[in-house]
Design a protein around this ligand. Structure first.
Ligand SMILES: Nc1ncnc2c1ncn2[C@@H]1O[C@H](COP(=O)(O)OP(=O)(O)OP(=O)(O)O)[C@@H](O)[C@H]1O
Length: 259
């Protein structure tokens, strides 16, 4: 099985000359261009303050660009976008299944009408037996799985993930990385993933967009075209080490560009 960039895949969205200047004059993002294709797993990699979260919020439509535009291919439907944040942000008073229902509930869909869909989403993240549990009964990794199920339940065209595994211990994080990789391959979904971690970005992505701060901007883009499965053997391979080195060099270069 390969995980390579497919330049012929249909476009999901384009960022064209997107800039964001906040009141007070901070240029959080300057002239970002990005074409996102079906099946891409794109990591936005960069130091604190380089505009990664701003780029995600602009793509999510949670704020508007000061210049440029974010253009979806085809008309955008409700449920086209799934978002996973660093915190699982679950409702403590609701069961796992009711938490996963949230994006549909907000659109007025009844629980009983989508119970099977909710069960499928929970199955995808390995939590089908926890539908009636409450968040307090779950580990940090399981809470994050619920958050991922909630993002997947509408079968979105694009999933945005903002450092979803940053708060997890390393073993859980590695397991979540492997499971996310498998899920992404199975569903052929499109993901934009914010991370500070070179290792995580190389393990997961077919494209790494390296960003630089002040002003936030794209400094480099690396392709990670890997033949063979991304498993623990890949994580300990010379190929992985070389790719991490290349991403690390690109990151150092981007940070050096601040001066
Ligand atoms: N609402 C806001 N008002 C003013 N400035 C902001 C606002 N949001 C972000 N910024 C500034 O814009 C810049 C980019 O912020 P952003 O959160 O996008 O960076 P980031 O790369 O996601 O950082 P981190 O990795 O720490 O989350 C920073 O200098 C930040 O202080």
């Amino acid at each position: 099985m390969t995980q390579a960039s497919d330049m012929t895949a249909p476009t999901v969205l384009r960022m064209e000359g997107v800039s964001k200047v906040f009141a007070g004059g901070v240029t959080a993002l300057k002239d970002m261009n990005l074409t996102v294709r079906q099946g891409d797993f794109i990591s936005l990699l960069g130091p604190s303050g380089c505009g990664k979260s701003t780029a995600l919020r602009l793509i999510a439509g949670l704020m508007h660009p000061t210049a440029g535009r974010v253009q979806w291919e085809g008309s955008q439907q409700a449920g086209d976008l799934g978002v996973v944040f660093q915190e699982a942000t679950l409702m403590p008073w609701a069961t796992v299944a009711k938490n996963v229902w949230l994006p549909m509930r907000l659109r007025g869909v009844k629980f009983g009408d989508v119970e099977a869909q909710i069960h499928d989403a929970l199955k995808m993240v390995g939590l089908e037996n926890f539908a009636n549990s409450y968040p307090r009964e779950l580990s940090g990794g399981m809470k994050m799985r619920v958050s991922i199920a909630r993002a997947l339940v509408t079968k979105p065209r694009l999933i945005l993930m903002d450092e979803p595994f940053a708060a997890l211990d390393e073993i859980t994080r590695n397991k979540m990385n492997r499971d996310l990789m498998d899920l992404q391959k199975t569903l052929n979904c499109t993901v934009i993933f914010v991370t500070h971690s070179v290792f995580e970005s190389v393990f997961l992505s077919n494209r790494i967009v390296v960003m630089a701060p002040r002003p936030g901007r794209v400094a480099h883009e690396l392709r990670v075209d890997v033949e063979g499965p991304r498993d623990e053997d890949f994580r300990t391979s010379a190929e992985y080490a070389a790719l991490c080195r290349a991403a690390s060099d690109a990151l150092s270069d981007a940070m050096g560009e601040q001066a």
